[in-house]
Design a protein. Structure first.
Length: 177
């Protein structure tokens, strides 16, 4: 548990990707489990960022008012996950080749699983000893990379716009620190 968030999904996704031979010739149905685990992992990452934001805002030495942004963050998080799940469900229902491309390029080739597990190790080793501001910087950098990869492989403009807004909001929050 890092910042009170169970991050086992980071390692679970890495294990799934390492155990499966992810070749392009496989049918889209072969990737459904990986796709769904990825969305759960992305949700976990967004919850982790929120928890770190709260930890940053609790520092009694600074008046930051970062928590003012949390309702917007929460709405964006819900909207992004809702839209992403809807698009991925459509792909699964249709047996779309988009599933294969997403898993290969966004999950396997991007090495996102290594980023997430390294982030988890970094945060868990430094929690309580390192200023949460530094952890927020690392977590938002990973999140920005993940959102850009998702945005590059989605067809829905609403998902793309929401992901851009989330990245902008995280930048605003970091500047408020």
């Amino acid at each position: 548990m890092v910042y009170g968030i169970d991050t086992t999904s980071f390692n679970r996704l890495k294990e799934i990707v390492e155990k499966r031979h992810l070749e392009l010739y496989l049918s889209p149905r072969a990737y459904e489990g990986i796709l769904l685990e990825y969305v759960n992992t992305f949700e976990c990452l967004l919850r982790l960022v929120r928890a770190i934001i709260l930890a940053c805002d609790e520092n009694p030495k600074k008046d930051r008012y970062v928590s003012v942004f949390l309702p917007v963050y929460d709405q964006l998080q819900e909207r992004i996950l809702e839209l992403l799940r809807a698009e991925l469900s459509k792909w699964i229902k249709e047996g779309s080749v988009c599933i294969v491309e997403f898993v290969i390029h966004v999950i396997r080739d991007s090495q996102v699983t290594l980023e997430l597990t390294d982030l988890d190790i970094c945060l868990s080793q430094g929690e309580g000893r390192v200023d949460p501001d530094e952890h927020l910087d690392k977590a938002t950098t990973v999140t920005e990379g993940v959102t850009k990869r998702i945005s590059n492989h989605t067809n829905l403009q609403l998902v793309k716009a929401s992901l851009r807004t989330l990245n902008d909001l995280m930048s605003t929050i970091k500047r408020a620190l």
